[in-house]
Design a protein around this ligand. Structure first.
Ligand code: ZN
Length: 100
């Protein structure tokens, strides 16, 4: 892994439930917005516990999720959105989601 000029220390993250090691995964997760809307984010990068399967989001991912969810049309009960951590429309033409 390369962090470029950022030389931040990155302590090994551990599961808050069982203390097991978290590993990076890509998965689909549902998020509830408001009273009746559910948004499913596809291809979301998460940290998943090897022992108990608990999933956590990295802070940067959480911020991006907030941005995506803020732009969702809450009048529909179910939305499925392909999560794009860094917007690059050249690769994902059909599913490109611009957030705002
Ligand atoms: Zn765990």
């Amino acid at each position: 892994m390369r962090f470029g000029i950022y030389n931040k220390q990155s302590p090994q993250m551990r599961c808050r439930v069982c203390g097991g090691l978290l590993e990076q995964r890509v998965t689909d997760l549902p998020f509830k917005i408001g009273d009746s809307s559910i948004v499913i984010l596809k291809a979301l990068p998460v940290l998943q516990c090897r022992q108990c399967g608990e999933t956590e989001l990295e802070p940067a991912t959480m911020i991006r999720v907030d941005q995506v969810l803020a732009g969702v049309d809450t009048s529909s009960e179910l939305e499925v959105i392909r999560f794009v951590a860094r917007i690059s429309c050249s690769q994902i033409l059909a599913g490109c989601y611009l957030g705002t």
